[in-house]
Design a protein around this ligand. Sequence first.
Ligand code: F6P
Length: 358
Amino acid sequence: MTSVTKRFGILTSGGDCPGLNAAIRGVCRAAYDKYGMIGVGFANGYRGLISGDYRVLRREDFWGILTRGGTILGSSREKPFKTGGADYDVVGEKVSAIKENYHELKLDCLVVLGGNGAHSTAYRLAQEGLNVVGLPKTIDNDVQGTERCFGFHSALSIATEAIDRLHTTAQSHNRVMVIELMGHKTGWLALYAGVAGGGDVILIPEIPYSAKIIGKRLKKRLEEGKGFSIVVVAEGAMSREEAAMDKKERKRRRENVSIGYRVAREIECEANIETRTTVLGYVQRGGVPSASDRALATCLGATAADLLARGEYNRMVSFTNDSVTSVDLSVPAGKSKTVPLDHYMLYTALSVGACLGQ
Ligand code: F6P
């Protein structure tokens, strides 16, 4: 089949997640085998595109990577358009270097696997005249323009298993177990893992909580003879008092203590129940992708190759309404998809008696 794109560049940007390699394989297998394209892999996200750290991908490079965690290309949080700080003077130079490398390597398009930040950069590069196709990845599931990002399902399984494990020890010791999950400024992961793991309290950034209300709920459980409780907290969650503060004041008041520990302290104060905290951290991002993420990443990757072949540039592939489609790059750029307050999973959490701190 003839293809508009002959040579494409590919990079993975931002925090890694399970499914990146499956997506790289999906793009490359379809691009090479269906359309006869050649791919150039950049090392460590936009950093490699700036410095010209690349390799032409051979078929062997994407053999056997479907099940592997992380990214064979490496990643970084390099943001070439970010101004301020030490980078202020070099923004122009970085963008020129990117354009130079893109043209020198005779690329017809750049494929970017990333989250919000990566797609903001991709959009800016498209405005600078480069052709770009994006794929949404992140355990946070917070990319606008797609219902699902690959990486989310794997992290959800890991987080749910952790909650299951905390349940048994919480029960044995009649304790409150607080588990802090990732999710950046959104509550997708905490909400879904909280429901899947039967959390008694689920706190997400979209719903600022009241410590008093949490304390009341936990005391009520005690009165009902339930000596233990599970509290699932998103890393971006905040109290009503914090939500009313400006960003600077909020940061100062937090004293670099992560939310899981602050909530535990508040629970001990309000309910006087022995409480322990687990911050699950990077375990959520590591390891093999779930079957669901492998299938999704492969599907989005192969669809990206179709866009390249048709010359449909400056789009992000998207999984919406149980089908694969694409949206303009401006849709994910510079935005974060938060949990809508009328989301069915919030309604579900409340229906099964979880407290959302409100
Ligand atoms: O975006 C994925 C994510 O894991 C977030 O959930 C978390 O806030 C952040 O990355 C951690 O970033 P870093 O890898 O820079 O420590």
